[in-house]
Design a protein around this ligand. Structure first.
Ligand SMILES: N=CN[C@@H](CCC(=O)O)C(=O)O
Ligand SMILES: [Zn+2]
Length: 448
């Protein structure tokens, strides 16, 4: 999980406004996957196969921003008079992509649930464990007990691991607090990570992740609490940008989910939904009806729901690692792309149903289990993932004016990323124009 031996995270403090940064020139990428031209809307259908690749590509970066992208000879001609100023990285023979984006994680939590993994291997289901007081409830107990410092330390470790796998932006949900105090604590930790860590963290409030044990007899009372107590306060403190709900039988009904999402909208929180994960429950339809930015999971989404999402342009965030880990059928990525849903992929990093940070492994699973092409999975973790968190204008592609978040992979082409599976191919990660990860085996002179 820590990346290859010798991998290291090099830079410690995030600079939000970057001025007077030494230029960085990346030269001679065998393939420079730009994904340019889709900042306004996500890629759909066949468009997801057109990665806008430049062979022998180079990029000039300055002050944390991409300044110019093109064939090496074109970039060199343009910046000839300034070449001596720049730090140069030779990417000969390598693949360069936009920094990977994970649009659905439960990053901030305490503890782990390997005991439940064993229970599931012996036959218990995810929902049985949750209904017996484990699952999300177990992590809620651990997260309530943890203070800021513990939560920060545990979550930072995961964020480091994300970065080592080439991920430069993650969305992070609350939802293991389930009281105002503890939801705020989780969101404050996410905010602190965003400020202090190289990776950008985009926050989602998910007070409606589960009905806490103390409200089991009267779930509507908890829904009221989320609507009247939590959403206004989270919005007032500016702690989240999105509002998410777990719409599933035994958790929140479509009616309760709609109330929660509409209440969030009144306070400026953009809606997202965990939809149709375990059984068909009208989640995809609800996502379209309330104009969710994304509907996530969708293993059991109905054809009507998928059609409604296509019509509204709701991004389908698919989580094949979760199905893999729960030993369930995956969502049909192929069917959704063919139906015109803009598809993104994510780890769903969480302690119960997807304890991973490897977005590249999720790309492998997208191909092997969902019938997506290597090009589609790369679009799904870059530009489409950016749109799933309303960042299409800032990140997700390599083009002039965007944040200089890029990854150099030690493979010659994008197909290799999905072909070699379970391997960390990250060579270098560049965040805001600075090298923050260099991944190499350190050898003594004699063995080198
Ligand atoms: N499905 C609901 N929530 C998480 C799992 C959370 C947990 O099990 O702790 C998910 O997206 O998979
Ligand atoms: Zn989730």
């Amino acid at each position: 999980m820590e990346g290859a031996p010798g991998s290291s995270i090099l830079c410690k403090a995030k600079e939000v406004r970057i001025l007077n940064q030494k230029p960085l020139l990346i030269r001679h990428a065998k393939q420079l996957v730009t994904l340019a031209g889709s900042s306004d809307k996500p890629l759909c259908g066949q468009e997801m196969n057109d990665l806008k690749i430049i062979e022998d590509g180079s990029v000039w970066i300055e002050n944390g921003v991409i300044q110019k992208v093109g064939k090496d000879e074109e970039i060199i001609k343009h910046y000839l008079h300034r070449l001596a100023e720049a730090d140069t990285i030779d990417a000969t023979g390598r693949l360069v992509t936009p920094g990977l984006i994970d649009p659905h994680t439960h990053l901030v939590y305490a503890g782990s649930r390997e005991n439940e993994f064993e229970m599931r291997l012996k036959g218990a289901t995810y929902m049985e464990i949750m209904n017996a007081g484990g699952g999300i409830h177990a992590t809620t107990r651990a997260t309530r007990q943890a203070d800021h410092a513990q939560l920060f330390t545990e979550s930072k470790r995961r964020l480091d691991q994300f970065l080592l796998h080439g991920v430069t932006t993650v969305e992070a949900k609350s939802g293991y607090g389930l009281t105002l105090e503890h939801e705020i604590k989780q969101l404050e930790v996410a905010q602190a990570l965003n400020e202090k860590h190289e990776v950008d963290v985009v926050s989602t409030f998910m007070g409606a992740h589960a009905v806490p044990a103390e409200y089991r007899e009267d779930p509507d009372r908890y829904v009221d609490k989320v609507i009247t107590g939590m959403i206004p306060e989270v919005a007032r403190r500016g702690l989240a940008e999105f509002n998410d709900v777990f719409c599933e039988r035994g958790v929140f009904t479509p009616e309760q989910s709609r109330r929660i999402l509409e209440a969030g909208l009144e306070y400026g929180l953009k809606p997202k939904i965990h939809a149709d994960e375990i059984e068909p429950y009208g989640g995809a339809e609800l996502a379209a009806a309330v104009d969710c930015v994304s509907a996530d999971h969708l293993l059991k989404a109905s054809d009507e729901g998928i059609q409604a999402m296509t019509e509204k342009g709701v991004v389908g965030v698919l989580l094949p690692g979760t199905a893999f880990f729960l030993m369930a059928e995956v969502a049909s990525g192929r069917k959704m792309i063919d139906a015109g849903v803009p598809v993104a992929l994510s780890t769903d990093c969480n302690p119960g149903s997807s304890p991973t940070v490897s977005l590249p492994l999720i790309m492998n699973l997208g191909c092997l289990k969902m019938g997506m092409t290597p090009a589609e999975v790369l679009a799904a973790v870059t530009i489409n993932a950016a749109h799933a968190i309303c960042r299409g204008h800032e990140i997700g592609s390599i083009e002039q004016g965007k944040k200089a978040d890029l990854v150099i992979f030690d493979v010659p082409n994008y197909m290799s990323l999905s072909y070699f599976y379970g391997v960390n191919h990250v060579h270098t990660v560049i965040k805001n124009g600075k090298v923050v990860v260099e991944n190499q085996v350190k050898r003594s002179g004699a063995d080198a």
